[in-house]
Design a protein around this ligand. Structure first.
Ligand code: SF4
Length: 120
Protein backbone atom coordinates (compact mmCIF):
# COMPACT_ATOMS: atom_id res chain seq x y z
CA UNK A 1 0.00 0.00 0.00
CA UNK A 2 1.30 3.43 -0.93
CA UNK A 3 2.39 5.73 1.88
CA UNK A 4 0.09 8.75 2.28
CA UNK A 5 1.62 11.80 0.63
CA UNK A 6 4.02 9.76 -1.48
CA UNK A 7 2.72 11.24 -4.72
CA UNK A 8 2.96 14.74 -3.32
CA UNK A 9 6.57 14.17 -2.23
CA UNK A 10 7.44 12.54 -5.57
CA UNK A 11 5.97 15.44 -7.52
CA UNK A 12 7.77 18.00 -5.38
CA UNK A 13 11.11 16.18 -5.78
CA UNK A 14 10.78 16.05 -9.55
CA UNK A 15 9.68 19.67 -9.83
CA UNK A 16 12.45 20.91 -7.55
CA UNK A 17 15.08 18.90 -9.42
CA UNK A 18 13.82 20.32 -12.75
CA UNK A 19 15.25 23.70 -11.78
CA UNK A 20 14.06 27.06 -13.02
CA UNK A 21 12.51 25.78 -16.26
CA UNK A 22 10.18 23.45 -14.36
CA UNK A 23 8.39 20.49 -15.92
CA UNK A 24 5.38 20.10 -18.18
CA UNK A 25 2.49 18.71 -16.12
CA UNK A 26 1.43 16.15 -18.71
CA UNK A 27 5.03 14.87 -18.88
CA UNK A 28 5.14 14.58 -15.10
CA UNK A 29 2.67 11.68 -15.10
CA UNK A 30 5.06 9.69 -17.26
CA UNK A 31 7.80 10.07 -14.63
CA UNK A 32 5.86 9.17 -11.50
CA UNK A 33 3.75 6.09 -10.93
CA UNK A 34 0.52 7.99 -10.41
CA UNK A 35 -2.38 8.51 -12.75
CA UNK A 36 -3.19 12.04 -13.85
CA UNK A 37 -6.10 12.33 -11.38
CA UNK A 38 -3.97 11.39 -8.39
CA UNK A 39 -1.13 13.56 -9.67
CA UNK A 40 -3.44 16.55 -10.25
CA UNK A 41 -4.61 16.37 -6.65
CA UNK A 42 -1.00 16.33 -5.46
CA UNK A 43 -0.23 19.34 -7.67
CA UNK A 44 -3.21 21.28 -6.26
CA UNK A 45 -2.18 20.49 -2.70
CA UNK A 46 1.39 21.62 -3.37
CA UNK A 47 0.10 24.78 -5.06
CA UNK A 48 -2.14 25.54 -2.05
CA UNK A 49 0.90 25.15 0.21
CA UNK A 50 2.70 27.64 -2.06
CA UNK A 51 5.50 25.17 -2.78
CA UNK A 52 4.96 25.16 -6.54
CA UNK A 53 3.49 27.42 -9.21
CA UNK A 54 1.80 26.62 -12.52
CA UNK A 55 1.77 28.57 -15.76
CA UNK A 56 -0.49 27.67 -18.66
CA UNK A 57 1.49 26.65 -21.73
CA UNK A 58 0.80 25.25 -25.19
CA UNK A 59 2.82 22.02 -25.50
CA UNK A 60 2.67 19.69 -28.52
CA UNK A 61 -0.49 21.47 -29.66
CA UNK A 62 -2.32 21.00 -26.35
CA UNK A 63 -2.81 23.33 -23.41
CA UNK A 64 -1.17 22.12 -20.24
CA UNK A 65 0.74 23.64 -17.36
CA UNK A 66 4.41 24.16 -16.71
CA UNK A 67 5.02 23.40 -13.05
CA UNK A 68 7.96 24.94 -11.25
CA UNK A 69 9.10 25.11 -7.65
CA UNK A 70 8.68 28.34 -5.74
CA UNK A 71 11.72 27.46 -3.67
CA UNK A 72 14.97 26.37 -5.21
CA UNK A 73 17.41 23.81 -3.90
CA UNK A 74 20.32 25.84 -2.58
CA UNK A 75 23.46 25.46 -4.63
CA UNK A 76 26.83 24.90 -2.98
CA UNK A 77 28.06 28.23 -4.38
CA UNK A 78 25.23 30.02 -2.54
CA UNK A 79 26.10 28.41 0.76
CA UNK A 80 29.82 29.06 0.35
CA UNK A 81 29.06 32.75 -0.22
CA UNK A 82 27.50 33.12 3.25
CA UNK A 83 30.19 34.77 5.41
CA UNK A 84 29.43 32.47 8.36
CA UNK A 85 30.36 29.38 6.31
CA UNK A 86 34.09 29.84 6.85
CA UNK A 87 34.20 32.40 9.62
CA UNK A 88 36.95 32.05 12.25
CA UNK A 89 34.48 33.20 14.93
CA UNK A 90 31.62 30.83 14.13
CA UNK A 91 32.07 28.79 17.32
CA UNK A 92 32.01 31.94 19.48
CA UNK A 93 29.26 33.77 17.61
CA UNK A 94 25.83 33.96 19.29
CA UNK A 95 22.97 36.38 19.80
CA UNK A 96 24.12 37.32 23.31
CA UNK A 97 27.87 37.05 22.71
CA UNK A 98 30.46 39.75 22.08
CA UNK A 99 30.74 38.29 18.59
CA UNK A 100 27.18 38.35 17.31
CA UNK A 101 25.28 38.29 14.01
CA UNK A 102 23.57 41.47 15.24
CA UNK A 103 26.90 43.36 15.21
CA UNK A 104 28.65 41.60 12.35
CA UNK A 105 29.82 43.86 9.52
CA UNK A 106 30.59 40.92 7.21
CA UNK A 107 27.07 39.52 7.59
CA UNK A 108 25.43 42.96 7.28
CA UNK A 109 27.41 43.71 4.11
CA UNK A 110 26.55 40.31 2.60
CA UNK A 111 22.82 40.68 3.40
CA UNK A 112 22.72 44.26 2.09
CA UNK A 113 24.38 43.20 -1.17
CA UNK A 114 21.91 40.33 -1.48
CA UNK A 115 18.93 42.65 -1.03
CA UNK A 116 20.30 45.20 -3.52
CA UNK A 117 21.04 42.52 -6.13
CA UNK A 118 17.58 40.95 -5.75
CA UNK A 119 15.76 44.28 -6.05
CA UNK A 120 17.41 45.20 -9.38
S1 SF4 B 1 27.68 36.47 12.01
FE1 SF4 B 1 29.67 37.30 11.48
S2 SF4 B 1 31.00 36.78 13.17
FE2 SF4 B 1 29.18 35.51 13.31
S3 SF4 B 1 29.75 33.62 12.26
FE3 SF4 B 1 28.71 34.94 10.77
S4 SF4 B 1 30.36 36.03 9.78
FE4 SF4 B 1 31.19 35.16 11.64
Amino acid sequence: MARRGTTEQDVLNIVMNAGECGVIQSELWKTITADSREGSRAILRLERKKLIQRKKELFDGRWTYRVSAKRRIPKVATIIAIPCSFCDFDNRCSDAGTVSPNKCNKLTFWLTTLVINNSE
